[in-house]
Design a protein around this ligand. Structure first.
Ligand code: ADP
Ligand code: MG
Length: 264
């Protein structure tokens, strides 16, 4: 079997579940409802890369650049220094500040891709970790385009020596699963989930897919801890029914997606 170079996420116990890390060059989908730990996961991925000598590009659409920097610092990653040293670029797609070369004027996929390539050129040679957190913002008004956009992003960016983490919200209450688009093109899918159990919020993750990897199939309880970040608590005996979106809801999502695609 040929050797596969793996990119650790920086969450030690998690990396063990995927034979040491994400295969280099992969595009991974990190999906889940708000508040499940997706952004924290992304911060580890970028922060760990910086520690190991990778470059980083972090596109943030739901929080400002300064919010990401503050959150990272809570877990011991100094993103400010990395930016000043030319190893990290945070593209702020939320706040458009005058004169800031690393913000997006429009939430357009073409502008996003061009900006990422510009950032990659600026960072120079070498493996770069890219996070787009989240993709959902780019197809809020045209969810039927999610799959096509995801495909375009993967096709145009993979040649740039990047390993990519794309996040996506699952907002079942808004009737559409914005995650469906990226899951179709992703080489790996990590699903985050939250649940109130006995009056307390608990969080979980499961690796649903990781190409070229004999990955763990269990649901793991996770916790987010001050100064440490995301930690794996242990396998959790949760029933499939509790974890998955109910079949009836999935059916509704698919029906509305098909309807939208016909309309387009
Ligand atoms: N310093 C901290 N200490 C403990 N928990 C934290 C800290 N910072 C963030 N969190 C937890 O992380 C959660 C946010 O997770 P986040 O990754 O932003 O979710 P999302 O899936 O929406 O991206 C918060 O609700 C909080 O529980
Ligand atoms: Mg987030």
């Amino acid at each position: 079997m040929s050797y596969i170079e793996r990119i650790p996420t920086g969450i030690k116990e998690f990396d063990k579940l995927i034979q040491g890390g994400i295969p280099k060059g992969f595009t991974i989908a990190v999906v889940g409802e708000p508040g499940t730990g997706k952004t924290v996961f992304c911060i580890h991925f970028i922060g760990n890369g910086l520690q190991l000598g990778d470059k980083g590009i972090y596109v943030t659409t739901e929080e400002s650049r300064s919010s990401i920097i503050k959150q990272a610092l809570m877990f011991g990653y100094d993103f400010d220094s990395a930016i000043n040293n030319g190893n990290l670029i945070i593209i702020d797609a939320l706040m458009e500040e005058r004169g800031d070369p690393w913000s997006l004027r429009e939430l357009e996929v073409d502008e996003l891709i061009n900006k990422i390539i510009e950032a990659k050129k600026m960072l120079g040679y070498g493996h770069t970790r890219l996070v787009i957190d989240s993709m959902s913002a780019f197809w809020l008004d045209k969810p039927a385009m999610a799959r096509k956009y995801s495909y375009v992003i993967k096709r145009r960016l993979t040649k740039w020596d990047l390993t990519i983490v794309l996040t996506s919200q699952y907002a079942v209450t808004t009737s559409l699963g914005f995650g469906f688009g990226i899951e179709h093109v992703a080489d790996g899918i990590i699903r985050f989930k939250k649940s109130i159990i006995n009056g307390r919020l608990r969080r979980f993750l499961v690796i649903e897919k990781m190409r070229q990897t004999d990955h763990d199939k269990r649901v793991y309880e996770i916790d987010i801890v001050d100064k440490r970040g995301l930690v794996i608590v242990g396998p959790y005996n949760i029933s499939r029914g509790e974890f998955m979106i109910p079949a009836s809801v999935i059916r509704k999502i698919i029906e509305s997606e098909i309807k939208k695609e016909i309309e387009y």
